[in-house]
Design a protein around this ligand. Structure first.
Ligand code: SAM
Length: 248
């Protein structure tokens, strides 16, 4: 039977490619890739030959392509969907294909692979029991401030994606929104040779980013807001009594 196979690909280390990914690529009737040049590099790196055809899909043609890919699966094709790196659909195209397949009752399987968000979170040393994935912050300053404002009371650990040329502005915006004392981790070049976790407060990380600008791909993991200290009834009663005694 035809189906859509959403396949994760390595985020920088080819040794993270599972045998299942190699087989799915080799045997697929269609491989839909965000960028076919990147796909061919991946295939060369994995020493895999396609037996099917490679097609490009990206943000701009994703809706049309989604229909075509699901049409192909409906007629019996094995359609593998990959993005440039990591899990498709996670700050990457792929969602429309899955949505269309789900709407039309076409089978979807996932070949799990690394995702920078989880790799960074797991290695961050910040609480992992509850977290929120925030992807990329809006680029426009006003929208970014608004988004950060919404997150000020967020108690869960937050995970953000960022590009190196915007990291200084982003760490600064995070420090302004959440306070320079909030703990955070800048995780860089994950799974690669220069993998690095910079840990500290947002204020210290901002200084570090200014001194030694981090190169490569970056995930920011930020501790959640501290719990507001609980107000105990005795404290309230005491405060009211004191106010009355003071004649307020
Ligand atoms: N789909 C991908 C995933 O599952 O992780 C994410 C794609 S998104 C377009 C690219 C962003 O992911 C980068 O800007 C960076 O924030 C993060 N990223 C991807 N690979 C990374 C790596 N090896 N180290 C650190 N961050 C990475």
């Amino acid at each position: 039977d035809g189906r859509i196979v959403l396949a994760g690909t390595p985020i920088g280390n080819l040794e993270d490619a599972p045998p299942r990914l190699r087989r799915a690529l080799a045997e697929a009737d269609v491989v839909a890739a965000e960028d076919t040049r990147r796909l061919h590099q991946l295939l060369a790196g994995l020493d895999v030959k396609l037996s099917g055809k490679a097609v490009a899909y990206h943000e701009h043609n994703e809706a049309d392509r989604a229909r075509e890919l699901v049409d192909a699966a409906e007629s019996g094709a094995q359609v593998v969907v990959v993005s440039d790196a990591g899990m498709p659909t996670v700050s990457d195209p792929g969602f429309r294909v899955v949505e269309e397949a789900a709407l039309r009752g076409i089978q979807v399987s996932v070949i799990p692979g690394p995702s920078a968000a989880l790799v960074a979170l797991a290695g961050s040393g910040l609480p992992t029991d509850r977290f929120t994935f925030e992807g990329f912050l809006p680029r426009k300053a006003g929208e970014r401030r608004e988004r950060l404002h919404e997150l000020v009371g967020e108690r869960r650990t937050m995970v953000f994606y960022e590009a190196p040329h915007r990291i200084e502005a982003t760490v600064q915006a995070l420090a302004e929104a959440f306070g320079a004392e909030r703990r955070a981790v800048l995780a860089r070049e994950l799974t690669k040779f220069y993998e690095e976790f910079r840990r500290g407060t947002l204020g210290a990380l901002l200084e570090g980013v200014r001194e030694v600008p981090p190169r490569g791909e970056i995930v920011m993991v930020v501790d959640g807001a501290p719990a507001a200290p609980p107000v105990r009834p005795e404290t309230l009663v005491a405060a009211v009594e004191a106010a009355i005694a003071a004649g307020e």
